[in-house]
Write a protein that binds this ligand. Structure first.
Ligand code: PLP
Length: 387
């Protein structure tokens, strides 16, 4: 049995979510744009999901636009807004996910002046540097994530949005990691656009949403039928959207419980890890997602530690999961001013609602053995060590 500690990469599809989806794969498979009864049934299910997702982020259902995931939502926001605004400067936080950094690169190649906003040693946006960048003028778009996928650090999005608005810029917020883990309000965030992804909240992969105001002038990313306000042509994936809606509903209902549970496990892990000599746990002074902890052990490379843990059946991530396979140091930790060697050693543990204390203790035991650091040795399930 694998101990799965990689919930920021993706989560297990919840059973009630699967059950909610199945009828739309088996019986109610009609095209939601069709006028007949089966089509209307599919449309009604999509409308319900739109309400459920809107509730998750305190938005109006009319502000929810379904996409093929978080990456698509980020691309749609940045490229779609840039297409309308034509030219100027774009400020992107230095610690964004590649799903924001890469569209930024594409826009830079298209002639936009794209600049990165620095963060402090705890991974929080440097508000002074940000204000100075804004004050230079002509900033049309600002992009800053709500919570970082590696460190879990939460940004002060209302303050960052307020500054963007003060200088006449549009604010995009990638809230893919924050949704379902902390209370989230599109209305109170001050953001013009906000990205979400279903598979980070025990929903299906390949479905997400861009939250945006109806009046916002934005270009479609790809063109086709008039689906999703004409901004995303293509027959809706009804089952996936229904699954996203159900996952959002459960995330709202269980937010406090999930957050309390993962925070307790994270604190236990953090206390146990602190016993390993020289261990560095990142961003502990910043407000973090309750489920996330990133650390490095001196002398250990992140990739090899990950593979060693994997041999014990413990699944973690080194830096961003989307960048695994490459041994580049984490750009997030580099932006926080950490040396490349430390950044290369980073391991991310991201807990989920299904994890338990025994699993955390097992990881602590294995890590203590691997690093010979003398950390506490709680009892371990031999089956795990054998696996
Ligand atoms: N933004 C952040 C912060 C993420 O962590 C991820 C996924 O790792 C994405 C965007 C991409 O979302 P998706 O996998 O739905 O395209």
């Amino acid at each position: 049995m694998t101990i799965y500690f990689d919930n920021n990469a993706t989560t297990r599809l919840d059973e009630p979510v699967l059950q909610a989806m199945l009828p739309y794969l088996r019986e109610s498979y009609a095209n939601a744009s069709s006028l007949h009864q089966p089509g209307r049934t599919a449309r009604a299910a999509i409308d319900d999901a739109r309400e459920q997702v809107a509730t998750l982020v305190n938005a109006h259902p009319s502000q929810v636009l379904f996409t093929g995931g978080g990456t698509e939502a980020n691309n749609m926001a940045l490229k779609g807004l840039a297409a309308r605004l034509k030219t100027g400067r774009i400020l992107v936080s230095a610690i964004e996910h590649p799903a924001v950094l890469e569209p930024g690169e594409v826009l830079a190649r298209a002639g936009w002046q794209v600049e990165h906003i620095p963060v402090d040693a705890q991974g929080r946006l440097n508000l002074d540097a940000y204000t100075q960048l804004l004050a230079k003028g002509d900033v049309r778009i600002v992009a800053c994530m709500y919570a970082n996928n590696e460190t879990g650090v939460i940004q002060d999005i209302p303050a960052i949005s307020a500054l963007a608005r003060e200088y006449g810029a549009l604010m995009h917020c990638d809230a893919v990691q924050a949704a379902g883990k902390v209370p989230l309000s599109y209305r109170q965030s001050g953001a013009h656009t906000m990205s979400l992804s279903a598979h980070k909240i025990n929903g299906p992969k390949g479905v997400g949403a861009l939250i945006l105001d109806k009046g916002l002038d934005i270009d479609a990313l790809h063109h086709g039928g008039s689906h999703e306000r004409g901004l995303r042509g293509g027959t809706e994936n009804t089952a996936a959207i229904v699954g996203f809606g159900k996952a959002a509903e459960l995330a709202v209902k269980e937010l406090d419980e999930r957050s309390k549970h993962t925070r307790e496990l994270r604190e236990h892990l953090q206390t146990g890890l602190s016993a390993i000599p020289g261990i560095q746990i990142f961003a502990t002074e910043a407000e973090r997602l309750p489920n996330t902890l990133q650390f490095s052990v001196p002398g250990f490379d992140g990739e090899s530690l990950l593979m060693s843990l994997d041999r014990y059946g413990i699944a973690v991530s080194s830096g961003s999961a989307c960048a695994s396979g490459s041994v580049e140091p984490s750009h997030v930790l580099l932006a926080m001013g950490l040396p490349a060697e430390t950044a290369k050693g980073a391991i991310r543990v991201s807990l989920g609602k299904d994890n338990n204390l025994d699993e955390v203790n097992q990881m602590l035991t294995v890590l203590a053995q691997l690093t010979q650091g003398g950390a506490p040795m709680p009892s371990i399930n031999p089956a795990v060590l054998a696996g």
